[in-house]
Design a protein around this ligand. Structure first.
Ligand code: HEC
Length: 141
């Protein structure tokens, strides 16, 4: 009889404890990072950038990515320092070697999926120069 009381009391004490744990767990993931102003998943984009080996040639100092090729002959710019004048469409073509910048095609063609390229371009686009927003690109063609 005494045992039963202790058991019931124990269970009664455990229930609110477990409930609090569940509530605490559920309220956690909705807090951080979801309100990213760029609406892209930066950590995913960084991973794709590295997976696509862009960092062989390009640093992206804003995201603490260093270029692997340290040679002074490496002409690839730190992508944090560029001020691009092109939109997503153009960059997609450029990275597929279908468009040129300063009369030169990009040295390597992107070999991954369109989806991955989109994510990577999402990292680069915020560096668009303000005088050349996406819509002004028509005349360049
Ligand atoms: C083999 C080295 C190499 C790799 C790998 C490489 N790039 Fe480049 N990239 C260059 C060079 C060199 C230039 C500059 C070409 C020029 O200025 O004539 C360039 C130019 C660019 C530009 C234009 C920069 C500007 O000033 O307008 C972008 C954007 C770019 N690369 C993105 C990427 C992305 C994204 C990747 C990965 C998918 C990548 N690059 C992989 C060498 C590389």
């Amino acid at each position: 009889m005494k045992n039963k009381i202790i058991k019931t009391l124990g269970i009664l004490l455990i229930i609110p404890f477990v409930a609090m744990l569940i509530i605490a767990q559920e309220s956690q993931p909705s807090n951080p990072q979801k309100t990213d102003p760029l609406k892209i998943d930066i950590s995913l984009a960084k991973a794709k950038f590295i997976e696509a080996k862009c960092n062989t040639c390009h640093a992206f100092s804003e995201y603490s990515i260093e270029a692997k090729n340290k040679s002074p002959n490496n002409k690839a710019t730190d992508l944090s320092k560029i001020e691009i004048k092109y939109d997503r469409d153009f960059l997609t073509k450029y990275l597929h070697k279908e468009e040129k910048i300063n009369d030169k095609k990009h040295p390597v063609a992107f070999k991954g999926t369109d989806e991955d390229l989109n994510v990577i371009i999402g990292l680069i686009l915020p560096h668009q120069s303000p005088e050349n927003p996406e819509k002004n690109n028509e005349e360049k063609k």
